[in-house]
Design a protein around this ligand. Structure first.
Ligand SMILES: [Zn+2]
Ligand SMILES: [Zn+2]
Length: 445
C-alpha cells in the first residue's frame, strides 16, 4: 500500500473524492427542488454526450464530421464531464484500441475492474505484473506508460487545441460554476445547482463513463469476436448512452454506431443521426454490413461447433474395418448385421426397439436393405437414419453385394460403390458440418 503513495495523482484523486463527498453532503443538507432535478438530468445527458458523441466517436475515432457549432457544443459538454481535455482523453483512448488487453493499454482489462474503472486515473503508470523490460515486438520499454497513438489530426484542430490549452478554466466553469449559475439565476436554487447539477451529476457522469473502460470489458456477450475482452451488455449500454455495445465497437471502431439493431439502446447514435438530419453532422461512417455479418456468423458458428463437438457421432469409413461379402454372411448368422448404403450395421441390440417389430430387422440380417430402408418399403425418418449410422461396424468390400448368385431383391440394381446416393451414405445430421481450417486443409483458405 505504501508503494502506491508516490504514484498517486493528487489532482485527479482530489476531483474524484471531493466531488462525490460534496455531492453527498448536498444530498443530505439541500432541500429537494424539482426544477433543479430536471435540470440536473438534462445537464447529465449534456455531459455524457460530450464524452460519448464528442470525445469518443467524433474525436477519438473520427466516426463522423461535425459542424463548428456541434464541435463547440461537444467540447464544452466534454469539459463539463471533468475528465481531461479531448486531446488527452483521445490519446489514451486510441492507445486503448491499439493495444487492447496488453501492458501498453492504459486501461488494460487484465489489471482488474477497479484499476480499469478508476485506478488508471488516480495512479501514475507502473509496469504491468509479469511484463518484461523490453517489448520484443516493438523494442519499446514496458514501463507501464500507455503505448503511443497518433494524435496529429487533433493537434491540427484549432478548437481541440483551444479546449486543451484552456482546459482547467473551461472545465471548472462548465463542470461546477455553470450549473450553479443556471439554477441560481433561473429559479434561485444556488446550492441545489452547485450540489445536485454540479457535484452529484458529475459523480454520476464520471462513474457511468468509467464503466466503458471497466464494465464493458467484463460484463456481457461477444457477438462479433471473442479474441479480446470487450463485451456487449444492456446494463453498460444504459449507463453509457449506448457505449456498452463495446464488442461491436472494438471490432468496428470507426462506425458512428455502437449498436446496429433498431431495438438496441444507443442514444449517442440517435443524437449523431439527428444532427446529420439537421445538417449539423455529416459523413457518418458505417462499416460494410457484409463484414459485420461475417463477424456475427463466425461467432454463431463457433457456438454451433461447440455443440457439434459435444455430440457423439458415427464412425467414419476410415475408422471401420473393410469386410468381404463372405465374412459378412458368416457373421450375420451369429448377430443381426444389416447392410445399408455400403455400411454394415450391427442391429442386434436395437432390433427389439424397432417400431416395426424385431422380426423385420432380424430377418434382414446378412441382406442389403438399402432400397428398403430408403423407401422401397418404408421411407425412414431422419432420426432413424442418424441412429442407424451409430450402429456402423464395418464397410462392405465393393460397397454392394457382388455375388452373382444373390437373389435380385438383395442387390441394388446396377449400383457401383461410388454411385451410392450421398443421401444414403451421409446421415442427415451430418450433412451440414462446421469444419475448422487447419494448416493441412489448404482447400479452406
Ligand atoms: Zn474498450
Ligand atoms: Zn473507442
Amino acid at each position: 500500500m505504501a508503494a502506491l503513495v508516490p504514484r498517486i495523482r493528487g489532482f485527479n484523486l482530489a476531483v474524484l473524492v471531493i466531488t462525490p463527498a460534496l455531492g453527498l453532503y448536498g444530498l443530505c443538507t439541500v432541500p429537494f427542488n424539482l426544477a433543479t432535478t430536471i435540470f440536473s438530468a438534462i445537464f447529465y445527458v449534456f455531459s455524457m454526450l460530450g464524452i460519448t458523441a464528442g470525445y469518443h466517436r467524433l474525436y477519438s475515432h473520427r466516426a463522423y464530421s461535425a459542424s463548428v457549432p456541434i464541435q463547440l457544443f461537444l467540447l464544452l459538454a466534454g469539459a463539463s464531464a471533468v475528465q481531461g481535455s479531448a486531446l488527452w482523453w483521445c490519446r489514451s483512448h486510441r492507445s486503448h484500441h491499439r493495444y487492447t488487453d496488453t501492458p501498453l493499454d492504459p486501461y488494460n482489462s487484465h489489471r482488474g475492474l477497479l484499476y480499469t474503472h478508476i485506478g488508471w486515473m488516480v495512479l501514475k503508470p507502473a509496469p504491468s505484473p509479469g511484463s518484461s523490460e523490453e517489448n520484443p515486438g516493438t523494442g519499446s520499454r514496458l514501463d507501464g506508460k500507455p503505448g503511443r497513438s497518433n494524435d496529429s489530426d487533433l493537434r491540427n484542430d484549432k478548437l481541440v487545441m483551444w479546449q486543451h490549452v484552456n482546459y482547467f478554466p473551461i472545465a471548472f466553469f462548465m463542470g461546477y460554476f455553470l450549473p450553479c449559475l443556471v439554477a441560481g439565476w433561473g429559479w434561485g436554487d444556488w446550492r441545489g445547482g452547485l450540489y445536485f447539477a454540479g457535484m452529484v451529476r458529475l459523480t454520476l457522469v464520471h462513474h457511468c463513463t468509467f464503466c466503458v473502460n471497466s464494465l464493458a470489458h467484463y460484463l456481457g456477450t461477444t457477438p462479433y469476436d471473442d479474441k479480446l475482452s470487450p463485451r456487449d451488455h444492456i446494463i453498460t449500454a444504459i449507463v453509457t448512452l449506448g457505449e456498452g455495445h463495446h464488442n461491436f465497437h472494438h471490432q468496428f471502431p470507426t462506425d458512428y454506431r455502437n449498436a446496429i439493431k433498431w431495438y438496441q439502446w444507443d442514444p449517442t447514435k440517435w443524437f449523431i443521426w439527428t444532427c446529420s438530419k439537421l445538417g449539423l453532422a455529416y459523413h457518418l461512417k458505417t462499416f460494410p454490413s457484409n463484414e459485420i455479418k461475417k463477424g456475427e456468423l463466425t461467432m454463431k458458428m463457433k457456438q454451433l461447433k461447440q455443440e457439434q463437438d459435444s455430440l457423439t457421432w458415427h464412425k467414419e469409413v476410415a475408422d471401420l474395418p473393410v469386410v468381404t461379402w463372405e465374412h459378412f454372411q458368416d457373421q450375420a448368422k451369429e448377430r443381426t448385421l444389416v447392410l445399408i448404403a455400403g455400411f454394415i450395421h450391427d442391429c442386434t441390440a436395437f432390433a427389439q426397439n424397432h417400431p416395426g417389430g424385431a422380426m423385420i430387422v432380424e430377418k434382414s440380417s446378412g441382406k442389403d436393405m438399402t432400397a428398403a430402408f430408403f423407401g422401397g418399403i418404408y421411407s425412414h425418418s431422419n432420426a432413424a437414419h442418424n441412429l442407424l449410422s451409430m450402429m456402423r461396424v464395418g464397410v462392405l468390400e465393393g460397397g454392394v453385394e457382388t455375388t452373382h448368385d444373390a437373389p435380385p431383391e438383395r442387390v441394388v440394381a446396377n449400383l457401383r460403390p461410388e454411385d451410392i446416393n450421398i443421401d444414403f451414405r451421409v446421415p442427415p445430421a451430418r450433412k451440414l458440418m462446421i469444419v475448422e481450417a487447419t494448416k493441412t486443409q489448404q482447400d479452406l483458405q
